[in-house]
Design a protein around this ligand. Structure first.
Ligand code: NAP
Length: 475
């Protein structure tokens, strides 16, 4: 753990093991912190807040820029740690480290653009001035699926705004988090400004985050269930909350789309991180005129995918995170096929060639999927693509919106009016139009409905860490 500028162990002396999900082998032991360490880290962040928030934006920016340079230089090293710890193929890990570093660069710049406002006042002898000030101590919790970028997406805007932070990474991926905190330390982040608390049991740490009055803001990325739990806890003290939660992305291939082009995109984004991304499509709606061509192209690409250890060349499918993740996928596939879905490929765990040591599931395609199946409603978080044919572009908008999630959605069409109408009608926060990667440090990322609150990235991202203050002056 990294608390008050020092690397330390848990007070109890306990550690927990980190496993390579590709091989089941242990790859390290990490300090097993809990409530005591979380409290200590919050106290350190509180003590550091005054000095850090008083530094100029230029000084904070310079430190973030150094961190960006260090992360960029260490791109391959961090990517290798990520592949071994989380399982994604090395190329994908390299992409993630770059994406993660981009947040440090972007917020090094945005630190200098926290502009206030003057507003015409109703009285002649009055002046209104609005300024934005850092919220205070931020407590952050991040998931395992993007173990570097989900951290910098929170730490960079928080530090740029002048806040201090305590972060708890996922139990499965503390090693990537440690790499990032080493970078922050080397970049010159003063002691107490950024603290890392690792632990195998998230509950006491989360509990301390929501109940400690020194914490002003909770920022969380993970499941909707945990997000709700934290938001309920934070409500007691009216702490500010931002939440990046689960998704159930619809992928719409409209009547005027090129179904082959759409299938190429759909395969890339569906199997991104072996389906373990919150923006992965979970329902592929294809107009009946193109469904045959789409499905043929889609399946022909999926059956060529190779599963294995992400450090090997040519691997596109890594392991799932755990046995529980395999069970969830198995349950959804069994449920769908028992209710009439057709299994076009995959549909089973991969056990040959040493894959039985990891959590591998074959990339799977289901057709004839209907709304009574679990997969139509539940987030899969695995490599299963459910295809649903539809008759009418107007109906599909309603079908796509029929979910309590609202994170990402995709539209494929060559018709500009249809693209615009559907873009406007979808109740989702991030929409790709003939595009499968509508993300970047400069773009606001976040969901509607039960997919979350607030935005990360973009110029919006820094406002999650700022309070707005109005001054009314009589002159
Ligand atoms: P999760 O179980 O909610 O875990 C996420 C984080 O919360 C982990 O650090 C976890 O710690 C911690 N946690 C779990 N229970 C907690 C509690 N009671 N109190 C405090 N912290 C707690 O989610 P996950 O299954 O790891 O992550 C996948 C989910 O994240 C998916 O639903 C995905 O869609 C979502 N996600 C969303 C975005 C987005 O930007 N919207 C991005 C990536 C992922 P442990 O690891 O120790 O359990």
């Amino acid at each position: 753990m990294f608390i008050n500028g020092e690397w330390c162990q848990a007070e109890s002396g306990k550690k927990f093991g980190v496993i390579n999900p590709a091989t089941g082998e242990g790859i390290g032991d990490v300090a097993d912190g809990g409530q005591v360490e979380a409290e200590r880290a919050i106290q350190a962040a509180h003590s550091a807040f005054g000095d850090w928030s008083s530094m100029t934006a230029y000084e904070r920016s310079e430190i973030l820029y150094k961190a960006y340079k260090l992360m960029s230089t260490r791109r391959e090293e961090i990517a290798r740690t990520m592949t071994v710890e989380q399982g994604k193929p090395l190329r994908a890990a390299m992409n993630e480290v770059k994406y993660g570093a981009d947040f440090l660069l972007w917020y090094a710049e945005e630190a200098k653009r926290v502009y206030g406002e003057t507003i015409p006042a109703p009285r002649g002898d009055q002046r209104f001035i609005v300024l934005h000030q850092p919220i205070g101590v931020v407590a952050a919790i991040t998931p395992w699926n993007y173990p570097a970028s989900m951290i910098t997406r929170k730490v960079a805007p928080a530090l740029a705004a002048g806040c201090t932070i305590v972060l708890k990474p996922a139990e499965a991926t503390p090693l990537c988090a440690m790499e990032i905190f080493k970078i922050l330390e080397e970049a010159g982040v003063p002691k107490g400004v950024a603290n890392l608390v690792t632990g195998s049991d998230p509950k006491p740490i989360g509990e301390e985050f929501v109940t400690n009055p020194l914490v002003s803001k909770i920022t969380f990325t993970g499941s909707t269930e945990t997000g709700k739990l934290l938001a309920r806890g934070a409500a007691d003290q009216m702490k500010r909350v931002s939440l990046e939660l689960g998704g159930h992305a619809p992928f719409l291939v409209l009547k005027d789309a090129d179904p082959v082009f759409a299938a190429k995109g759909a395969v890339l984004v569906k199997y991104l991180n072996t389906g373990q991304a919150c923006i992965c499509p979970n329902r592929l709606f294809v107009h009946k005129s193109g469904v045959e061509a789409f499905t043929k192209e889609f399946v022909s690409r999926v059956i060529k995918m190779r599963a294995g250890n992400g450090l090997e060349q040519g691997i596109n499918i890594g392991p799932l995170v755990s046995e529980k993740a395999i069970e969830k996928v198995e349950r959804q596939v069994e449920d769908a096929t028992s209710k009439g879905a057709e299994l076009l490929c995959g549909g089973h765990r991969l056990m040959d060639d040493g894959l039985d040591r990891g959590y591998y599931y074959a990339p799977t395609v289901l057709s004839n999927v209907t709304s009574d199946m679990l997969i139509y409603r539940e987030e899969t978080f695995g490599p299963v693509a459910p295809i649903i044919a539809f008759d009418d572009d107007d109906d599909v908008l309603e079908m796509a919106n029929d979910t309590h999630y609202g994170l990402a959605a995709y539209i494929y069409t060559q018709n500009l009016s249809a693209a615009m109408r559907t873009f406007e009608g979808l109740r989702f926060g991030i929409i790709g139009i003939n595009d499968i990667n509508p993300t970047g440090a400069a773009a606001p990322f976040g969901g509607q409905k039960e997919s979350g609150l607030g935005r990360e990235g973009g110029h919006e991202g820094i406002f999650e860490y700022l309070e707005t203050k109005l001054g009314g002056f009589s002159v």
